[in-house]
Design a binder for this molecule. Structure first.
Ligand code: GLP
Length: 261
């Protein structure tokens, strides 16, 4: 695991944007794992800038969203299908047919779950998976006690996550769905590079546990410790509970340039 502590979310967005640009330059048909929430927005802004100013193209790339609510109306603006389209896919030149998400509207959720993992595998797997983290350490929507080997499947949200996400639903908890379809922790661990972003003091405890705590399904983000190429990019506030922050900074400052992110 590598921890990169950046001065601001914008700096983090630029750093990871550069890594994605390098990936797409080397392989224009790369497969990206896309995340929702407020955390990836500075990264998406950076990718849009690289697209408009530098000509970075997503035309041959494929995107897979991490998760989706179950039970929202088809055209709901806060469905993750709509969010991914609005925040990144429509702002660059992704082919609409190349951006996928779990089908939270399926009448057969179990079959839709299996089909989603199959589609990721058929695309050759995810090259770089963008992740945020919930305050309880969830990744995607893998809430505490998610199996660390889990496939894409239905999950029930905790009260904490529903309260955290109520801001996207007019601060009305009753509008926040109780169920979701999410890439499993096992699905996420199959991506070739995991990049988890975190900004702000309300993520400090989750980041401490992810980096320095024991691996436990009670905090699904700790599964990143099992991955051979996991990068945590966080700001100073999110890094504020890390015991060894000074060492991570020194390590990154002295990293051989050829290693990339
Ligand atoms: C949701 C998403 C996660 C995201 C988390 C954090 O629960 N399913 O993928 O990481 O929210 O959200 P935010 O980035 O807004 O803090």
């Amino acid at each position: 695991m590598e921890v990169v502590i950046v001065p601001s979310a914008e700096d983090g967005g630029r750093l990871v944007g550069g890594a994605i640009a390098d990936l797409l330059t080397g392989n224009p048909a790369a497969v990206l794992g896309l995340a929702t929430g407020s955390t990836p927005l500075p990264l998406y802004d950076d990718l849009v800038r690289r697209h408009t100013e530098d000509g970075l193209s997503f035309a041959k790339a494929t995107g897979f969203a991490l998760d989706e609510y179950v039970g929202l109306p088809d055209n709901h603006p806060e469905s993750y299908r709509a969010v991914i389209k609005r925040e990144i896919a429509d702002r660059v030149d992704f082919q609409p047919s190349s951006v996928h998400g779990p089908d939270g509207w399926s009448s057969d959720i179990k079959a839709a779950s299996i089909a989603y993992d199959d589609a990721i595998a058929a695309a050759g797997g995810i090259d770089l998976q963008i992740l945020g983290v919930g305050t309880d350490g969830h990744i995607g929507f893998n809430e505490p006690i998610s199996s660390l080997a889990s496939p894409t499947r239905i999950k029930t949200l905790t009260d904490q996550t529903r309260e955290d996400n109520a801001r996207f639903f007019d601060d009305d908890l009753s509008q926040v769905p109780t169920h979701v379809l999410t890439q499993g922790v096992g699905t996420i661990l199959r991506a070739r590079h995991l990049v988890l972003l975190a900004w702000g003091a309300n993520k400090a405890e989750a980041i401490r546990a992810t980096v320095e705590g024991p691996v436990t399904s009670m905090i699904p983000s700790t599964a990143l410790q099992l991955h051979p190429h996991a990068t945590i990019v966080c700001d100073e506030a999110a890094a504020s509970e890390l015991a060894n922050a000074a060492h991570y900074k020194w390590t990154y400052e002295h990293k051989p340039a050829w290693q990339g992110l």
